[in-house]
Design a protein around this ligand. Structure first.
Ligand code: HEM
Ligand code: HEM
Length: 136
């Protein structure tokens, strides 16, 4: 397995643990849970689930088509975009929810959302260019 794919899987598991810790804290502190719910949801869905799908998808899907990844370079760039974007969102959302709607928080959220969004497009483009029906 390629090193970068191992990192996709590692980060997925790290986000799962982070999402679970935050979920547990939310149960213990129901009054503050609203600050963290969006970060919790995205650490689990965009972090754990999506990152796992990126890693497994990059590893398995080209093999099903008997091909190599269209662009290993995009796969590397996407890794950094997805991680920087998610960490920024997971930090920015609670800050905003706690009433810290500074220019810094808003800019962090916009840049992070853009990075996350572009990373989704990069994955879609790279996989669509990779997969191909196998004719029997
Ligand atoms: C250790 C495991 C988990 C704990 C303790 C936990 C706890 C919580 C809590 C306390 C809430 C807030 C519920 C409320 O609004 O009152 C919540 C919301 C949410 N959780 Fe979890 N959670 C866990 C795992 C997961 C996982 C694995 C996922 C997804 C894969 C997930 C997705 C969500 C989503 C999407 C919401 C927001 C739902 C909404 O919009 O109301 N959670 N979770
Ligand atoms: C491109 C990356 C993404 C961005 C920028 C984004 C942005 C947002 C925003 C702005 C909200 C509303 C938060 C609020 O109530 O203040 C939201 C909610 C939500 N998103 Fe996303 N999202 C992204 C990806 C995803 C993905 C991939 C999933 C599922 C697989 C997802 C599931 C959800 C859910 C379940 C909620 C409601 C949870 C809550 O109540 O906080 N999002 N998202």
């Amino acid at each position: 397995m390629e090193k970068i794919i191992v990192w996709y899987l590692r980060m997925s598991i790290i986000y799962f643990a982070a999402g679970a810790v935050i979920g547990f804290i939310m149960i213990l502190s129901p009054n503050e849970s609203g600050y963290y719910v969006t970060a919790h949801a995205h650490l689990n869905l965009l972090g754990f689930m999506s990152m796992m799908i990126y890693g497994v998808g990059y590893h398995i899907l080209p093999k099903f088509s008997g091909r190599h990844i269209y662009s290993p370079k995009i796969m590397h760039i996407q890794f950094w975009f997805a991680n920087a974007g998610l960490v920024g969102l997971a930090a920015g959302w609670p800050l905003r929810a706690m009433g810290n709607a500074s220019n810094f928080t808003e800019s962090l959220l916009i840049v992070s959302a853009l990075l996350s969004f572009v990373s989704v497009l990069l994955f879609a483009f790279n996989l669509l260019k990779t997969i191909k029906a196998v004719t029997l």
